[in-house]
Design a binder for this molecule. Structure first.
Ligand code: NAD
Length: 366
C-alpha cells in the first residue's frame, strides 16, 4: 500500500484562514471524488502565533514542517502587529520557515485563464494562452551576500554595499530544479542573467551547461540577458516556457510576469528545497498577503491558495493528474461566469461569489 502523504496547514492571519478553509473544501472533494487521501495537521504562524506563543513561529512548528511532505501557508501580517519590533513581526515566521527548510527554488507560474484574458494589462492576443513558469533562486545572491551595510568613508561620505555572490553548488541545485520543472511542461528552459557585465552571470552559464549535460539533455536550453528578458516578457511573453534566474532578477521578473495574468488573487507559488532520499522540502503559498481590508467578510478570492495546493499535488504528492483536475475545475468555474469580487471578466459575470461559495463551485466542478 502506498504511504498517505502529509500536509501541514498554516493558515496565518487576515484572509489566510478563509482561503485555507476554502481550499480544504476542495481537498475534501478530492477525497470523495478521486479517492485522494492526505493526512492534514493544522498549526499557527504569523500574528496568530505571536498572540498564542509570543513568537511568529515556534520551534515545534518548524520541526513539524521539516517532517511533512508539504506545507500550505495562507498569509501573515496585519495592522494589529504592525507596531512590533521587526525581529518579532509576523513576516519573520515566514522568513524563518523558508530559511530553516532551505527552500531555495521559488516557482511562480504565470498562467492566464481564458476568461480572464481581458484583466491583463497587455493586449488579449499577447496573453491569451500564456503559461510560463519563473524559477527564482531564493536563499542567496545579493539579498544575502557579504559584505553588506552602510558605512562612512574617511572623507565623511556614506557608502552602501551589497554583494552579489553565488557558489557553483547554489546555482547547480536551482538550475536542476528548473530542468525538472521544464520536463513536466514544455521542455524548454531559459537561463536569465547579466553575463555580459557580471561574473556571477558568467558562472551561472557555465554551471547551467554542466547541469544540462548531466542528465537534462532532453530539455532545450537557452540564455538571455535580464534586461532583454524584462522587455520580452511584455513584448512576447508566450515565447517562454520555464525561466530560471537569480534572487534579484527573479524578484523583479516574477512580479512583472505575475501581473500579466491580471489578478493577485489568482497567483500561486511553491518554494522547493533539495531532494534527499526522494524527499524534498516544499512550502506552498499564494502570492498575495493577508488583505486586512477584506478579512472576515467572505470576500477573499481563494483560487491562489487552491492553485497553490494544486502545485503541491504536482510537485510533492506526484499526482499531476489531480493537479490538472483542480486547475481545470478553477478554469471551468471561471469560464461558467462565476467570479469573486476582485475579478473582472470581459462579459458580465453570471454571479459574484463569496469565498465559501466559490470553494463549493470549484469542488462541484472537480
Ligand atoms: P495584500 O496582498 O494583502 O493586499 C493587496 C490588495 O489586494 C488589497 O486590496 C487586498 O484586499 C487585495 N487582495 C489580496 N489578496 C486577495 C484575495 N485573495 N482576494 C481578493 N483580494 C485580495 O498586500 P498588502 O495590503 O500590501 O499587505 C497586507 C498585509 O499582508 C501586510 O501585513 C503585509 O505585510 C502582509 N503580506 C503578507 C504576505 C505573505 O504572507 N506572504 C505577502 C504580502 C503581504
Amino acid at each position: 500500500m502506498t504511504r498517505v502523504p502529509t500536509l501541514l496547514i498554516l493558515a496565518g492571519d487576515g484572509i489566510g484562514p478563509e482561503v485555507m478553509a476554502a481550499t480544504e473544501v476542495v481537498i475534501e472533494a478530492l477525497r470523495t471524488k478521486a479517492g485522494f487521501h492526505v493526512t492534514i495537521t493544522h498549526d499557527l504562524v504569523g500574528g496568530a502565533s505571536i498572540d498564542a506563543h509570543g513568537v511568529p513561529v515556534t520551534d515545534a512548528v518548524v520541526e513539524q514542517a521539516k517532517r511533512v511532505d508539504a506545507i500550505l501557508l495562507g498569509a501573515v501580517g496585519g495592522p494589529k502587529w504592525d507596531a512590533l519590533p521587526t525581529d518579532v513581526r509576523p513576516e519573520k515566521g515566514l522568513l524563518r520557515l523558508r530559511k530553516d527548510l532551505d527552500v531555495f527554488a521559488n516557482l511562480r507560474p504565470a498562467f492566464v485563464f481564458p476568461s480572464l484574458v481581458g484583466a491583463s494589462s497587455l493586449k488579449p492576443d499577447l496573453v491569451s494562452g500564456l503559461d510560463l513558469l519563473i524559477v527564482r533562486e531564493l536563499t542567496s545572491g545579493v539579498y544575502f551576500g557579504e559584505p553588506r551595510g552602510i558605512h562612512t568613508t574617511p572623507t565623511g561620505e556614506k557608502i552602501a554595499i551589497n554583494t552579489q555572490s553565488y557558489t557553483e553548488g547554489e546555482i547547480a541545485r536551482v538550475v536542476d530544479v528548473a530542468f525538472d520543472a521544464a520536463r513536466g511542461r514544455g521542455k524548454r528552459l531559459c537561463v536569465v542573467d547579466k553575463a555580459n557585465v557580471m561574473e556571477t552571470g558568467v558562472l551561472w552559464r557555465e554551471v547551467a551547461h554542466r547541469v544540462h549535460k548531466n542528465g537534462h539533455q532532453d530539455i532545450d536550453l537557452s540564455f538571455m540577458y535580464a534586461d532583454n528578458c524584462a522587455m520580452q516578457l511584455v513584448r512576447q511573453p508566450k515565447q517562454f516556457d520555464v525561466i530560471v534566474t537569480d534572487n534579484l532578477f527573479g524578484d523583479l521578473l516574477s512580479d512583472c510576469a505575475a501581473m500579466l495574468t491580471g489578478s493577485l488573487g489568482m497567483l500561486p507559488s511553491a518554494s522547493l528545497g533539495a531532494k534527499t532520499n526522494d524527499r524534498q522540502m516544499a512550502l506552498y503559498e499564494p502570492v498575495h498577503g493577508s488583505a486586512p481590508d477584506i478579512a472576515g467578510q467572505n470576500k477573499a478570492n481563494p483560487m491562489a491558495t487552491i492553485l497553490s495546493f494544486s502545485m503541491a499535488l504536482r510537485y510533492s504528492f506526484h499526482r499531476p493528474d489531480l493537479a490538472d483536475r483542480v486547475d481545470h475545475a478553477v478554469a471551468s468555474t471561471l469560464a461558467d461566469g462565476y467570479v469573486t469580487a476582485d475579478l473582472t471578466l470581459e462579459v458580465p459575470p453570471k454571479a459574484v461569489l463569496g469565498t465559501r461559495e466559490m470553494a463549493k463551485k470549484i469542488a462541484d466542478a472537480l
